[in-house]
Write a protein that binds this ligand. Structure first.
Ligand SMILES: [Zn+2]
Length: 185
């Protein structure tokens, strides 16, 4: 069974599948069919280069791109300027203004970033779990007033039923997505 044949939980263009996430995406299709809801997998495997592109995209969205030419021009996630990665301060600034995003590579957060009452400035934040190919995101339906509410109902049922390989779901309301963690089965 291939996820490309799904009728209700479909793949957005460019989503990279792995042997861990594909069977779960296939198994979830029937839950969305039963709910008569069409939804999209918006992200699968994402390496450090992909994550750097996403950091740059958010810098633009937040109007921070002009302040960080070094990050915007960074061509490889491992490039450093002195002690830090070329994107590191810019990425830290994203956390500082409330964009919760993993760094392309594990890195120390250089600005105030308070989460769950604790300032993470000076602590190392891990690379995106998407880099390991064991998770994927389901996005909210298209449209200006889109939310993940309907998708969450379906995914909570799937979790309750114990869909093989699916171990956790995490609503990310800011990104209008549900992050889904999987394990090899
Ligand atoms: Zn995710």
């Amino acid at each position: 069974m291939k996820a490309i044949n799904n009728t209700h939980l479909k793949l957005r263009n460019g989503v990279v599948l792995t042997p861990v996430i594909e069977p779960v995406i296939v198994a979830l299709d029937k839950y969305f069919r039963e709910a008569n809801l069409t939804a999209f997998v918006t992200s699968g495997l994402r390496d450090a280069h992909d994550q750097l592109r996403i950091v740059k995209r958010y810098l633009k969205v937040k109007g921070l791109d002009k302040h960080y030419p070094e990050a915007m021009n960074c061509t490889h996630p491992a490039n450093k300027s002195g002690k830090y990665y070329e994107w590191q301060l810019a990425w830290s600034h994203l956390l500082n203004v409330g964009v919760i995003i993993n760094p392309p590579l594990a890195a120390e957060c250089l600005m105030d970033y308070v989460r769950n009452g604790k300032n993470r400035k000076g602590t190392t934040i891990n690379q995106t779990p998407h880099a390991n190919g064991v998770c994927f995101d389901i996005g909210g339906a298209a449209g200006d007033d889109a939310t993940i509410a309907d998708e969450l109902v379906v995914m909570r049922k799937a979790m309750k039923d114990g869909v093989k390989g699916l171990i956790n779901i995490l609503p990310e309301h800011n990104n209008n997505a549900i992050h889904c963690d999987c394990v090899r089965t």
